[in-house]
Design a protein around this ligand. Structure first.
Ligand code: CP3
Length: 342
């Protein structure tokens, strides 16, 4: 039984650090690209058999310590009555642009939110057979709201979402509370279906200044993490582009804090203290540069961050152009740390 990830989230000593890779089941894998010739992203993620197959693809190449269920940040949208297509990023047929549309959102039960995801987790749990821990995930309320209100990815930092906050902070708060409750239920259902732990993606942490984030975003994220903690679900909080929020994030109830490559992980380790884990944060660009650069960057990371309570990962998703040799090099470098006495 490989429980390295769970033990590291509890900050227990382990023979070596666990490794998994954000977006590990994606376009850098030839088998994934082949499946995409045959199926759309929605077909792959919507069918538990196919989604389980995709979740397991990286294990045909690499001895990773965790699988993350193949789904998307926008997977809960359908249960909120919102239609999404992937081109390849999510595009909503009807973005949430009016108070009426927001107030009309249904509140699904845990079983109603993207039921294909718990179904996939059940299959993957069996297929993993204890080889690796299993991770469920969902978006933080702000990051989900960003897409639902804007309607698609935005290079201009989601001005419609920021506009909604400035125009009607009460409505903005109601929306975030609704999404926090929906995704809490979703994550509890994923845990019940076999996810050993969950990762909450705050991919758009960088949209707001700290003063606004603390008042209008933090309470909803905190409620979500608190409720999961009460249910005994181990929680990883990933925050992208959140250097200005570190002091806020450090006091949120998550078992591990995951950050992108811009944050000094050794400093964060010190700031969090010995009871909470950190995750990350190799620059995805190192893997793009090739295996030698990957080994050098990975060794520098391992040397700078103490092993206990460190989950090795990238600072953001693996890029589609990364050669498999770089991933092999990363896996070997992390596993080479294993102490012969265990
Ligand atoms: O990590 C994994 O391997 C699990 C699968 C996973 C996907 N999306 C599959 C996917 C996860 C964890 C996500 C989360 C997600 N989705 C986030 C949060 C993580 C982050 O990057 O900060 C966000 C912001 C999204 C929204 C999204 N979905 C975008 C922007 C895109 C298109 C561009 C891209 O980055 O790939 C998607 C589509 C998507 N989700 C793909 C995959 C494999 C690509 C679809 C394709 O193959 O055409």
């Amino acid at each position: 039984m490989n429980d390295l990830l769970l033990r590291t989230l509890r900050c227990e000593p382990t023979p070596r650090r666990p490794l998994w890779i954000m977006r590990q089941a994606g376009r850098y894998l030839p088998e994934y690209r082949a499946l995409k010739e045959q199926y759309t992203f929605l077909q792959l993620a919507g069918d538990p058999d196919l989604a389980a197959r995709v979740t397991m693809l990286p294990f045909e190449h690499f001895a990773l310590d965790a699988a993350i269920v193949f789904a998307d940040l926008l997977s809960p949208a359908a249960s909120l009555g919102l239609e999404v297509d992937f081109k390849p990023g999510p595009v909503l047929a009807k973005p949430l642009r009016t108070a009426e549309a927001i107030r009309r959102l249904p509140l699904p039960s845990g079983e109603e939110v993207a039921p294909e995801v718990p179904a996939t987790l059940r299959l993957v749990k069996e297929q993993l057979a204890g080889r690796a821990n299993l991770i469920g995930f969902a978006g933080a309320p702000l990051s989900l709201a960003a897409y639902l209100v804007e309607g698609q990815g935005s290079k201009a930092a989601y001005p419609r979402l920021r506009g909604l906050l400035l125009e009607d902070p009460v409505l903005f708060g109601d929306l975030l509370a609704h999404l926090a409750e929906t995704n809490t239920r979703f994550l509890l259902a994923q845990h019940a279906a076999g996810a050993d732990c969950v990762q909450v993606f705050e991919s758009w942490a960088g949209l707001l200044p700290r003063s606004l984030w603390r008042v209008h975003v933090r309470p909803h994220l905190e409620a979500m993490l608190t409720e999961l903690g009460r249910a005994g679900v181990p929680r990883i909080l990933f925050a992208h582009d959140a250097g200005h929020l570190i002091e806020e994030l450090a006091t949120l109830p998550a078992d591990a804090l995951a950050v992108d490559w811009r944050v000094d992980l050794a400093e964060l380790r010190t700031e969090l203290g010995p009871e909470r884990a950190v995750q990350g944060n190799l620059d995805p660009a190192a893997l793009l540069a090739g295996p030698e650069t990957t080994v050098r960057a990975a060794r520098a990371l391992l040397e700078s961050v103490p092993a206990r309570g460190h989950v090795v990962n990238l600072g953001h998703g693996i890029l589609p152009e990364v050669p498999l040799e770089s991933v092999h090099a990363l896996v070997e470098t992390v596993r080479a740390e294993e102490s012969p006495t265990g």
